[in-house]
Design a protein around this ligand. Structure first.
Ligand code: SAH
Length: 387
């Protein structure tokens, strides 16, 4: 048996067809065998080659000798009182990542991870403070969908209707795996491109690449501040990809047509919720026709910040509407199971800001620190420089 057997769950449909066509041709098998396997993987949820009962037993054995069908293994499943379900997945090499199923009235949204940890260290995000582990592979990303969709079906939650890359990691800093995973989800499992949202903190080359894709994947920008200085205090990457260039990249994305941009705005009390910020926020949203999601900050360990008061969140929402900007207030879901923002992984790995000798993140600098932490040295070894 080949010890480095390729994992078929990490292949896009065209890759799968190539690999399987070669495999079956060498074995003197008819051409339709490749389609049969593809059907088993994407439509019939085969767990093993042994499940592929319309193939001769000898062919099932040959497939298991040549390939793998490895999914992330379930480590823990936690269900929230509000119906949110969080999976913690154990990956090869001891890493863990999370995905979250979020039921709403007409949808079941799956929030998936693209990296184990994250290198970008946004101050309000627990994943950033737990550090960067490693990149996920296409199979590990698409596998979260496959295994979660099965769990949902088996537990009477219905089909997953939407997928958002809002779990751990920065998807556009792992484009090598995220781009094929998008194809696998869309062309393989049949999730419409408009039901798949890539959320980024602003990796401009990644936004440009996504704009080149023919499919109409949706884009969410984690904005969190409509002015550069404040944004740089929250998001180190702002120093590398500043807001004015970011908005230009979004305008270019918009010119491709047919795609909706969303701004994510996590509202932190007395940090980024000054009403004076509403006008610049509305301006940016109007420039790229963005929908604004206002998300009260979800408190995380080691950070003293608090969510904005509900009256302030309402004020933002009403005044955005008055300025012609559609918006919605999103309550963090699944708080009782730490479903927001990488907390469980941080606990699991015992990695904390203090354990790694970093600055305490809870204090807000009066002005950005000199140097801003945006040099290329910012990315730990092994992480993809988001350039
Ligand atoms: N790296 C990507 C996707 C992961 S984060 C990105 O930044 O968009 C998904 C969303 O959760 C982002 O909008 C992020 O800003 C937000 N988020 C992170 N920590 C949060 C917290 N403590 N409270 C509320 N939202 C948070």
């Amino acid at each position: 048996m080949n010890p480095d057997r390729p994992n078929l769950l990490g292949m896009t449909p065209p890759q799968l067809q190539d690999v399987l066509a070669e495999h079956f041709t060498l074995r003197g098998q008819p051409g339709y065998r490749a389609r049969q396997v593809e059907e088993w993987l994407f439509r019939s949820d085969a767990r093993s080659f042994g499940d592929m009962t319309n193939l001769p037993v000898s062919e099932r054995d040959a497939l298991s000798n040549a390939f793998r069908l490895d999914e992330p293994a379930v480590d823990t499943v936690s269900e929230s009182a509000d119906g949110t379900v969080k999976h913690l997945w154990a990956l090869r090499g001891g890493e863990v990542v999370e995905s979250v199923l979020i039921p709403t009235r007409h949808r079941l949204t799956l929030c998936i991870s693209s990296q184990a940890g994250c290198a970008l260290r946004c101050r309000f995000c627990a994943t950033g403070w737990s550090g960067f582990g490693r990149q996920l592979s296409p199979a590990e990303i698409a596998g979260q969908y496959r295994a979660s969709a099965r769990w949902a079906a088996e537990h009477g939650r219905g089909p997953v209707t939407n997928v958002v890359f809002m779990g751990m990691g920065e998807p556009l800093a792992n484009r090598k795996a995220v781009f094929p995973a998008l194809t696998i989800l869309n062309a393989g499992y049949g999730i419409g491109a408009r039901r798949i949202t890539v959320s980024t903190v602003g990796v401009i080359p990644g936004i440009a690449e996504l704009a080149e894709r023919p499919e109409q994947f949706r884009l969410a920008l984690s904005l969190h501040a409509p002015v550069t200085e404040l944004r740089a205090e929250l998001i180190p990457l702002e120093r590398r990809y500043p807001l004015d260039q970011l908005i230009e990249a979004l305008e270019a994305f918009n010119r491709k047509g047919g795609r909706r941009i969303t701004f994510e705005y996590t509202m932190i009390r007395n940090v980024n919720d000054d009403p004076a910020l509403i006008a610049p926020l509305a301006d940016l949203a109007n420039r790229v026709q963005a929908f604004v999601n206002l998300i009260p900050f979800n408190p995380i360990p080691y950070v003293e910040w608090q969510p904005s008061r509900p009256s302030r969140v309402r004020e933002f929402s009403e005044r955005l509407e008055a300025a012609g900007v559609p918006s919605a207030v999103r309550e963090p879901r699944g708080r009782d199971i730490d479903a927001a923002c990488g907390q469980l992984r941080a606990k699991r790995l015992g990695r904390t800001a203090s354990a790694r000798g970093q600055d305490h993140p809870g204090r807000i600098p009066n002005r950005p620190r000199a140097g801003g932490g945006s040099s290329s040295g910012h990315y730990p070894k092994g992480s993809e420089n988001p350039n």
